[in-house]
Design a binder for this molecule. Structure first.
Ligand code: MG
Length: 388
């Protein structure tokens, strides 16, 4: 029996991780979990899985929950996310947090030599160099939960790393894929949130519409699979059935296919390298009939190009990209900026940061978080400034 700590239990990946743990309860025990402000999900998780540790966002909620569950260890705040990793004794940590907040828990999990199933892509976008160096030192193979990276991880099994020539990451194109750039000016929050194939959290759905998500996934792939940016390609694939591919030196291309269902990559990350029957829908190629692939356009999706450039430059620029994006998407979701201003603000933040001479080639954890914070604040101020 493996004991699991699930960070971000109330989110989309979190609830689907609980589905997987429920289905394989003879193998996994939920020892600990975290939620942010959505504490209404707490009682049902405790009743079903009987974990001993919990951490929540606000100390106020923690005080209330300690009274309700006197036998449990309950923490709060950013520090609570680290305490629960140290104290819960879990063997495997599922990091399903959203945003920069996931970086320190990822680093601490690796420092303590625990297994890591990683859905928090920001950990690698911001701190890939730092995180993967730590993983290497500790001899830990980070298990990706992102569907594209799970596909690549699966397509790499049984082959020599040096024989993989290119990674090919598929992109659904997101909610606005049928619009030209000229048709992006009047996009509403509701338009951007209507993702055609994946049911996900709000932030990542907007990130899919801007293609920032794919840019992050390129950076994520670079770090997870130790492959140069010139050997990572992206292709539009609206059906989201081919989750990604690996092209080998002999021109053989291995893809992983399946119905879009995040429980499949979650299960693979948890049970790797074993596979068992699950309740997911089976793929019927006859019913699908046609699969389509289209060339990716940097003109249509400039943030994807920016992600490549930023990734190649490395250092603390990934954190700048992330911080700027996190602020811009938040402002868009609050209807304070337009859809196209997301891009403008992110480009602005990255070039401003470089101009200010703040680039660091090999930042530590605090320097990474500083860069993220700087970009976040810069975008926030800039957006408000433009309005007054
Ligand atoms: Mg993905």
């Amino acid at each position: 029996m493996k004991s699991v700590l699930l960070l971000g239990a109330s989110g989309s990946i979190g609830t689907q991780s609980l589905d997987v743990i429920r289905q394989f309860k003879d193998r996994f025990a939920l020892a600990a979990f975290s939620v942010g402000r959505r504490t209404e999900t707490v009682p049902s998780v405790i009743e079903e899985f009987k974990p001993d540790y919990l951490t929540v966002k606000s100390e106020e909620d923690a005080i209330r929950l300690r009274k309700e569950y006197p036998g449990m260890h309950i923490y709060s705040g950013d520090e609570g996310l680290l305490e629960i990793i140290r104290e819960s004794g879990a063997d495997l940590v599922i990091n399903a947090l959203t945003g920069y907040i996931g970086l320190k828990p990822t680093a601490l999990t690796l420092e303590l030599g625990k297994e890591l199933a990683l859905a928090n892509k920001e950990s690698l976008v911001m701190g890939g160099q730092y995180v993967m160096r730590l993983a290497k030192e500790k001899g830990i193979r980070v298990r990706p939960i992102d569907s594209e990276h799970s596909a690549i991880f699966q397509a790499l099994q049984g082959n020599r790393h040096e024989d993989a020539e290119d990674l090919i990451i598929t992109a659904s194109g997101g909610s606005l894929r049928n619009r030209t750039r000229d048709q992006l000016a009047d996009v509403t929050v509701a338009d951007a949130l209507a993702h055609p194939s994946w049911n996900m959290g709000k932030k990542i759905t907007v990130d899919s519409a801007t293609m920032m998500n794919k840019g992050f996934e390129v950076i994520e792939a670079h770090w997870l699979f130790d492959i140069g940016y010139d050997h990572i390609r992206t292709v539009l694939h609206p059906e989201s059935v081919v989750h990604s591919l690996v092209e080998y030196k002999d021109r053989s291309v291995i893809a992983q296919l399946g119905v879009p269902d995040m429980r499949v990559p979650i299960q693979y990350a948890l049970l790797y390298p074993e596979r068992y029957d699950n309740h997911s829908e089976r793929l019927s190629l006859e019913d699908i009939g046609d699969l389509h692939f289209r060339k990716m356009s940097y003109e249509r999706y400039p943030l994807l190009k920016l992600a490549y450039d930023t990734g190649k430059a490395g250092g603390n620029l990934g954190a700048v990209l992330n911080g700027a994006n996190e602020a811009a998407v938040k402002l868009f979701l609050e209807e304070k900026i337009s859809f196209l201003e997301i891009e403008e603000l992110i480009f602005d933040a990255v070039s401003h940061f470089k101009k200010e001479g703040k680039y660091l080639p090999d930042p530590d954890l605090d320097e990474i978080l500083d860069a993220d914070h700087y970009a976040y604040q810069y975008v926030k101020k800039k957006a408000l400034w433009d309005r007054h």
